[in-house]
Design a protein around this ligand. Structure first.
Ligand code: DSN
Length: 426
């Protein structure tokens, strides 16, 4: 590479990733094939429109690439239709909102302080200004159980047009049948924002909302799903002519969504990313992906138990998925989530600070530390390694001002991590 500054920074980032362990639950390590597709000449091509209906010429290859990505996504998630063009999860969510709602309509989503995502109506986002958000949340923070009775009561009173199941900071299982029953009773579109758990669904380690009465799934493609950074929408319904505005019916969802992604919200798709999504979807269709998905959960459960044995207080007292949320002030006196993140960064364990329910600390220095096992599972770590990670975390956080102890731990983590190559190195 002629740009030596950037070349050095790529090498430095490869080293950082090889010598540490990625515990941020929304990150992963992609295969060499995904990187090859991302770095391909498809980045040179404009492809506004959809396969067979483009606004530029020269689409004989892009049409096949996008069609493969669509067919593989449908197969992975048991959908009637897939749109693989959203640039990420936020555009995917906005495209669904805009395809189904009028300005001012009501959406029901998880309380943000109980794990709901920014795009589910956080006051700082544009969707919060366009739509009216109502909430459901946990009945009991100790178990994480959702208060479905209250959810139903609020839904019947406010009549949301969309109910969203999904989160970026929740560690328990959602009961999709209960969501579907409430949605049916109040006539709402059922949308699952599965960004965090898409790989667990694709790997059949947890239930697929589309098999439980949901109408549409949105996702990113780079978390548990282990593809390039990007977005995805899979729905029920029948695709029709995108040039004509159809009635807002469930059957017409594919057409409504396609029109809203392009030209409604985005311009040209990023075809190099679409090619990399197709590669990742093929990988997720292989039997070994199911073993990976199950191992993510087994690792998360073991890590949760190991951390509890070391005295860490976990929000909901455990996990059913890939994610763990630690209440840091309740675990280590005098530390908050950001202190913990920075201390662990120093020894090569990367996690991220996160708010906990009813957090009294501000978002930049919240009480929680969010961990996840997708990336370390990709790397090949198993249950027994979780005990080591819990041990290192405990030592680092209890000796957080002991530079010598942290330097020794950094060496230990580096030596350990180098035994598990990145998939792109294999
Ligand atoms: N930023 C993602 C996460 O870390 O959960 C969600 O968009």
């Amino acid at each position: 590479m002629k740009d030596t500054k950037i070349a050095k920074l790529i090498t430095a980032e490869e080293k950082r990733q090889r010598e540490g362990l990625e515990l941020i639950p929304s990150e992963n390590y992609v295969s060499r094939d995904v990187l090859t597709a991302l770095g391909s000449v498809y980045t040179n091509k404009y492809s506004e429109g959809y396969p067979g209906k483009r606004y530029y010429g020269g689409q004989e290859n892009t049409d096949v690439v996008e069609s493969l990505a669509i067919e593989r996504a449908k197969e992975l998630f048991n959908g009637d239709h897939a749109n693989v063009q959203p640039h990420s999860g936020a555009p995917a969510n906005i495209a669904v909102y805009q395809s189904w709602l009028n300005l001012g309509d009501t959406i029901m989503a998880m309380r943000l302080d109980h794990g709901g995502h920014l795009t589910h109506g956080h006051p700082v986002t544009s969707s919060s200004k366009a739509y009216n958000f109502v909430r459901y949340g946990m009945k009991d923070i100790e178990t994480g159980e959702i208060d479905y009775d209250e959810m139903r009561a609020v839904a019947l009173k406010t009549r949301p047009k969309i109910i969203i199941a999904g989160f970026s900071g929740y560690t328990r299982t959602l009961d999709y049948d209960k969501f579907a029953a409430i949605g049916e009773e109040c006539g709402a579109l059922l949308m699952a924002d599965m960004a965090h758990v898409a790989g667990l669904i694709a790997g059949k380690a947890i239930e697929n909302p589309l098999d439980h009465g949901f109408h549409v799934l949105t996702s990113t493609t780079h978390k548990t799903l282990r593809g390039p950074r990007g977005g995805l929408i899979v729905s029920k319904g029948i695709a029709g002519n995108t040039l004509k505005a159809p009635d807002k019916t469930i059957e017409n969802l594919p057409t409504l969504i396609d029109r809203e992604v392009f030209p409604g919200f985005q311009g040209g798709p990023h075809m190099h990313t679409v090619a990399a999504k197709a590669v990742a979807f093929r990988e997720a269709l292989q039997p070994e992906f199911q073993a990976y998905a199950k191992q993510i959960i087994a690792n998360a459960k073991r890590l949760a138990t190991s951390l509890q044995k070391k005295g860490f207080k976990l929000v909901t007292n455990g996990t059913d998925n890939h994610m763990i949320l630690i209440d840091i002030p309740a675990s280590i006196k005098g530390l908050n989530g950001r202190d913990a993140q920075e201390t662990l960064d120093a020894i090569g364990l990367n996690a991220n600070c996160n708010a906990i329910p009813d957090d009294t600390l501000p978002p930049y220095r919240p009480s929680g530390l969010r961990l996840g096992t997708p990336a370390i599972t990709t790397r090949g770590l198993k249950e027994e390694h979780m005990d080591l990670i819990a041990e290192w975390m405990h030592t680092a956080l209890t000796k957080h001002s002991d530079e010598k102890a942290l330097a020794e731990l950094k060496n230990t983590v580096t030596a350990f991590s180098l035994q598990f190559p990145l998939p792109s190195d294999i």
